[in-house]
Design a protein around this ligand. Sequence first.
Ligand code: UGA
Length: 438
Amino acid sequence: MHISIIGSGYVGLVTAACFAEFGLQVTCMDQDPQRIAAMESGEIPFYEPGLQDLVRKGRQGGRLTFTTDLAQAVNQALVVFITVGTPSTDDGSVDVSSIEAVATGIGRAMTSYTVIVTKSTVPVGTGQRVKFLIESAQREPVRFDVVSNPEFLREGSAIEDFIRPNRVVIGAECDESVAILKDLYRPLYLIETPIVATTIETAELIKYASNTFLATKISFINEMSVLCEKVGADIRMVAKAMGLDGRIGSKFLHTGPGYGGSCFPKDVAAIISTGKEHRCEMGIAQAAVDANARQKTRMVEKIRTALGTINNKRIGVLGLSFKPNTSDIRESPSIAIIRLLLTEGAYVQAYDPEAMQETAQQLPELKLCSDSYEVSDDADAIVLATEWNQFRNLDLERIKKQLRTPIFIDLRNVYQPTRMANMGFQYWSIGRVSPVPM
Ligand code: UGA
């Protein structure tokens, strides 16, 4: 079967490469000729483990091709996926103008029965809007179906998430389009992936409800960590014991400096906005947003308490991306914290295995270091902001020697408080009482 992917960003390219791996004939379209030329020469515009190899394999096997021509992409495919961006607007609602433009383009180009699938995260009602725009743009009536098939990919493990998903959600209006989509995902039957077939509106909402729930879970544990510090409890044990209850589950109970990335902040804001539109108060989602904002400022308070003052201090930061295994710094708590530190007069030096280039463009006043150890050079404190594997097994003696004062602020609870104290660090973490150095 031949399919096309419109929009070769993160979701689009992962989807294209994985479907090509499933053995389908895939055309990946983007309006940006430079992006397409780069991808044709084997370059991937962002860092995602395993993606470059998968794209190369698809291209070499002749199953993955690239184009800037929307009409060509639409005409040769039975299924067309829309994977263009849906950014947030200032009021938290979602800008679906790129989706609308693509829908109109598809309507104009379509010459035979096609299934149009929205994979981008889109507000409830977008599927019907896409249907309307395609119908309006058609020069002569051509039969088509619209389907919602939201993605649940996590940056950093997107390929694994695509190939071994927890579930596939298909929102459709007719059995024919559901059957076609099921056929695309046939390799997943072998691993008995549950397929949830439902209406378009329900599928659209499942995506937002899932992300909002996960964001709320993180905000919940972050708020608990504050209480842990006040009452002398250990958040790791609280989370562990909570997670052993099958109804709660152990995932997404890891406390940190707040959630970030291109999805959670945007999607929680969007569901609040959809709630407003329908006069439905989304109080829990709003509380998750507020707690997340507080968490970042609390991290700066923690650093201030550890150092006495932030002004004129040299602070080393490990990790810039919003989480490990990605170069993405969008809504990264590390970046938000660095900005606050800079505003308070700190001199910040930082290192990240993948996100240095992006950060250099956004924060030119930040000193970027060449490795994990340069970060501690002559610094008054070191802050571990993103839990990259490289930072889990650091040469702590070396870091201690390089620091002016042995202050280690671990915003991801990577290290053991007692061990750090025994090594002579003033160790600060989240939701755990700091032991006194020996
Ligand atoms: C998230 C969802 O997990 C995906 O299922 C979804 O497809 C994706 O959004 C999307 O909507 O496209 P992603 O943004 O890549 O994926 O990142 P996550 O791994 O979910 O992490 C989000 C943030 O939460 C990170 O800042 C991470 O550090 C933080 N987090 C996560 C915690 O602070 N604690 C945890 O226990 C888990």
